[in-house]
Design a protein around this ligand. Structure first.
Ligand SMILES: O=C[C@H](O)COP(=O)(O)O
Length: 251
């Protein structure tokens, strides 16, 4: 962990969770209250249908709420979409953008992710921008180049005063139980850090770089103590309060 930066542990519920999920969130809040001081920033990103209830549930505690996507427009004829202003209004402070599942399922290109990122920033949200290579790209030795290209295309020119958050999620590690080795994570996060500094100067130095892909309570300690890892983006293990709490404790 880069000690200069307070870690960020973000949970992405993906398309999971109905009202019962809110009980898990309430339980997480209680676990954190019982534990006392929390050393990390915590964000939970439930499906859009639960954002408002989730925000009410965590009120007064350390958990913040995020969306899983937003549209690049403020409003308009975009059936089924949700804007940054709507997320903010529902109680969100963050939004995950460019997740590989959206890039794959919805054909989101880097330039679409960039427009969404700009919309999120002007709407007052903190974007968590995801990048990551496929197994083939890594096997062919192209992981660094692929991630560099995604970053170049997906991030806006300026973040203003909003702190930068980038999540490195090797696609082959998502939901598979496989994780990148600490050496590979260190190398990739070092590479991302250099690219961010080159482009954003001091903001790049202070950016939080999250690792995502099969983070669980038993590997979180090792991953989170890797240089240039400033937190985690957790999928499956964020659905149960106990599991997610253990990861927060590891940070
Ligand atoms: O956004 C979260 C990532 O896709 C990781 O998911 P996972 O922890 O289930 O592998």
């Amino acid at each position: 962990m880069n000690m200069a930066t307070r870690p960020l542990i973000a949970g992405n519920w993906k398309m999971n969770g109905t009202g019962a999920g809110i009980e898990e969130l309430a339980r997480l809040k209680t676990l954190l209250e019982e534990a006392g001081t929390v050393e990390s920033d915590i964000v939970v990103c439930p499906p859009a249908t639960l954002i408002h209830r989730a925000a009410q549930t965590v009120e007064g505690g350390p958990i913040r709420i995020g969306g899983q996507d937003c549209h690049s427009s403020v409003n308009g004829a975009h059936t089924g979409d949700i804007s940054a202003a709507m997320l903010l209004d529902a109680g969100a402070s963050h939004v995950i953008l460019g997740h590989s599942e959206r890039r794959a399922d919805h054909g989101e290109t880097d330039s679409i992710v960039r427009s969404k990122c700009e919309a999120a920033l002007s709407g007052g949200l903190i974007p968590i921008v995801c990048v990551g290579e496929t197994e083939t790209e890594r096997g062919e030795g192209n992981a660094n180049q692929v991630v560099a290209e995604q970053l170049r295309g997906s991030l806006p020119e300026h973040f203003g005063n909003t702190p930068i958050v980038v999540a490195y999620e090797p696609i082959w590690a998502i939901g598979t139980g496989k994780t990148a080795t600490p050496a590979d994570i260190e190398e990739m996060h070092g590479h991302i850090r250099e690219l961010l500094i080159e482009r954003f100067g001091r903001s790049g130095e202070a950016a939080r770089l999250l690792y995502g892909g099969s983070v669980k309570s038993d590997n979180a300690g090792t991953i989170l103590s890797t240089p240039n890892v400033n937190g985690a983006l957790v999928g499956g293990a964020s659905l149960k309060a106990n599991d997610f709490f253990s990861i927060i404790v590891a940070a």
